[in-house]
Design a protein around this ligand. Sequence first.
Ligand code: BG6
Length: 455
Amino acid sequence: MPKDFFWGNSVSSMQTEGAWNIDGKGLSVYDVRPATEQTSDWHDAIDEYHRYDEDLDLMQAMHMNMYRIQVSWSRVIPDGDGEINEAGLAFYDRLVDGMLKRGITPMICLYHFDMPLALAKNENGFMSRHTVDAFVRFGKIVIDHFADRVKYWITFNEHNLYFTDEVFNISGYTQGAKTVDDLYTIFHHTMLAHAQLDAYVHGKYADVKFGGMVAATPVYPATSKPNDVLAAQQIDQFLYQNLNEAFVQGHYDHQVLTYIKDHDIDYDHQAGDDEILAGMHADFLSFSYYQTTTINADKLPADEMAPNYYLNYGGEANRFLATNEWGWAIDPTGFRTLITDLYNRYQVPVFPIENGIGIREHWDGEHQIEDDLRIQYHAEHIKAMKDAMFIDGAKVLGYLGWGLIDIPSSHADIEKRYGMVYVNRSNHDLKDLKRVPKKSFYWLQTVLSKNGDEL
Ligand code: BG6
């Protein structure tokens, strides 16, 4: 493996930090999301705000050399567009300096679904151009503050989710009829925000790398029926390649633009927007990868529907793949195909920055958790990535696992664990939050001590 290859861990702030109302942090939409019987709230997460030294020590012990964190907008600018909270920035100073001290390269993500509550209520989140301006201001403040120490940046976690109906949960959208026009408007606004920060970074900091990030869930046609193949092509183009093309080439692709025109979609496209989009120039294409999915065109309703919604109706299980308890298909070959395809298409370095498997686990307070399935999952995915690199010739910057110290999953359920370190809490009982290495911790330690050359 290349000597400068990045191996590491990746998280969001709301799933990790806790300290939701400490040191001047403002509220985000996630801070007011109530707990349910099955899920916790987000208030404590794994309390990394106070335990970051211990967590960084564990990452260092695994020989990781990168940690992707998120800088929470409402921690740095409590209401999203007003005063700066210096205590919030100071926390990230401590975290970043702690990484650098241990030889861990930081990557910063600027938005992971947690809109400041004030902007959600007053501006309807990213429906408003005011929110775009506020985000660009926030991004510039954070970039200027950290650019001397942080050289890898992304804006929106899983940016293509802003082109699916998930957008209404993750963009601060609180009022409206959730129309296709609204969906495309929010997507366009977030792309304008990304493009402005991309141009800002590249104009000011020659040594800083800035990239796009998508949730890569490649779609297989359910059969070789031409309609299944066509549906898979359309999803691929609308939900992935449209974004990757934009990140690299600075414009939306013609298939999506033709759809917009033919269906009179009002996506708040204004004079000057195309020039802003043209500022995009990704240094790398990053993505999360957990699974592949499958589309059956026969299940799609007869009425004409935006391809953005196909998977809601036409998705089905792939009988050739095993799944975890949550039905997520385990597919290392899909990982290789994806990496190879992305690099072939764009010839820009690719960067898997989230990968892993959710497993229900229980610690008895004494014995090590034997997570052989997790070891197998990561070993097979790393092997597939190496095949993409050394057989197919793809350039890959690194491999980051998701939540390698347990964190609550995105629906705030700590029982779906991804970690190689167990965190001792349940949904409603914080217990002692003790960090306990699992079997996979020692496996990864050995693998990374040899830079991934032996699995
Ligand atoms: C990614 C998100 O889609 O998947 C994370 O960026 C999320 O926030 C992760 O936690 C795993 O999904 P889940 O639902 O299993 O937590």
